[in-house]
Unconditional design. Structure first.
Length: 153
């Protein structure tokens, strides 16, 4: 079987490919954020994601709905935080720094998502003056195991 492509279609396709910088298609920026309306630190985290070039769509949900979302995504209670986002088939649980999300999308590991369990002081959205707690961003695998993805001082 022979494939016949018109010269015009071939050139249009080539122009479309060359018009995008390398990686532009492979770096989605749309975050779907599920959070409760009353949580101020969630809003602060969303603002930081916007500042880093993400385009969050925020869904205000009840506590019960948020817990259901976490359960559906396979987020264990010990890995949870106050908000849950999704991006490009990954979940982002809690106060994960933008650079970690960008690295996740760039490297595309075979995992379910990232988590910063709890609400560590100094993590994005949890700033309190100069106070900072060291924290880790964890990579979560389908079998429930975790691996340190990044350490933050």
């Amino acid at each position: 079987m022979r494939l016949h492509i018109k010269r015009r279609d071939f050139l249009n396709g080539l122009i479309a490919i060359l018009a995008f910088p390398t990686g532009a298609v492979a770096s989605p920026k749309n975050l779907i954020v599920n959070r409760t309306e009353s949580c101020g630190c969630c809003g602060a985290w969303v603002e930081q994601m916007v500042a880093q070039g993400f385009k969050p769509v925020v869904n205000f949900v009840t506590d019960k709905t948020l817990q259901s979302i976490k359960t559906d995504l396979g987020i264990a209670a010990e890995l949870s935080s106050c908000h849950t986002a999704t991006i490009d088939n990954y979940f982002i649980e809690g106060h994960v720094p933008a650079k970690d999300i960008q690295r996740l999308i760039r490297e595309r590991p075979k995992a379910m998502g990232l988590s910063v369990p709890g609400m560590p002081i100094g993590s994005p959205g949890m700033e309190i003056g100069d106070k900072k707690e060291p924290f880790e961003t964890l990579l979560i695998f389908e079998n429930g195991k975790t691996q340190v993805f990044n350490r933050h001082a």
